[in-house]
Ligand binder design. Structure first.
Ligand SMILES: CC(C)(COP(=O)(O)OP(=O)(O)OC[C@H]1O[C@@H](n2cnc3c(N)ncnc32)[C@H](O)[C@@H]1OP(=O)(O)O)[C@@H](O)C(=O)NCCC(=O)NCCS
Length: 161
């Protein structure tokens, strides 16, 4: 049984180690990291999942970004420890965090990822939204947290500062 809690400063390095284990080497060279450099993550939305022993099973973080004049969440990184994948932990981290995001008034969320995975959470391709290169445009996905929130939103994704 896993418990989800908000990320605390003490969780930082353990989460970094989980991300290093879960993603290919050089993950910080990805274009999405250029949108995160020097920008604070959205603290109230970052979550960790720990089992009854306190072992970290998964983690999710969010950053703010801008597209034109519109604010959006950038979901990620999200990762589940390889020994705990396929148990629904990814779904729990994503759905719980997005519920909190909607309650806090966030209207839309985007990410760069596999449509085959994220479509189950209601993410769809954002054809007019452009991530810094190099990004495969087919991997730029979004979900409205309020009905119609992506309508008319297009342009380059920029840092939120
Ligand atoms: C993606 C990830 C977070 C999913 O976590 P999880 O706890 O295993 O997810 P869930 O148990 O909620 O869902 C598992 C389902 O997702 C599917 N899935 C996982 N990764 C997928 C992918 N890249 N594409 C398509 N389906 C995927 C599994 O096949 C499984 O399918 P099923 O429900 O039909 O059996 C996890 O696999 C992970 O950490 N991967 C490495 C890091 C990563 O790629 N993060 C996402 C970056 S975009």
């Amino acid at each position: 049984m896993f418990e989800l809690t908000k990320e605390s400063p003490d969780d930082w390095w353990e989460i970094e180690a989980l991300y290093d284990l879960s993603f290919a080497p050089g993950r910080e060279l990805l274009s999405s990291y250029r949108l995160r450099d020097g920008v604070a993550s959205v603290a109230g939305l970052n979550h960790v999942a720990r089992d009854a022993d306190g072992t970290l099973g998964g983690a999710i973080r969010f950053w703010p970004v801008r597209i034109g004049g519109a604010k959006s969440l950038l979901l990620g990184p999200v990762a589940v420890h390889p020994t705990r994948q396929g148990e629904g932990l990814g779904a729990l981290l994503i759905e719980t965090s997005l519920e909190v995001a909607a309650e806090k008034g966030w209207e839309r969320v985007m990410l760069v990822g596999d449509a085959s995975y994220y479509s189950r959470y209601g993410f769809h391709p954002l054809s007019g939204v452009v991530m810094p290169p190099p990004t495969n445009p087919e991997r730029v996905l979004g979900r409205a947290l309020r009905p119609g929130a992506w309508r008319g939103i297009e342009g380059e994704v920029m840092r939120a500062d």
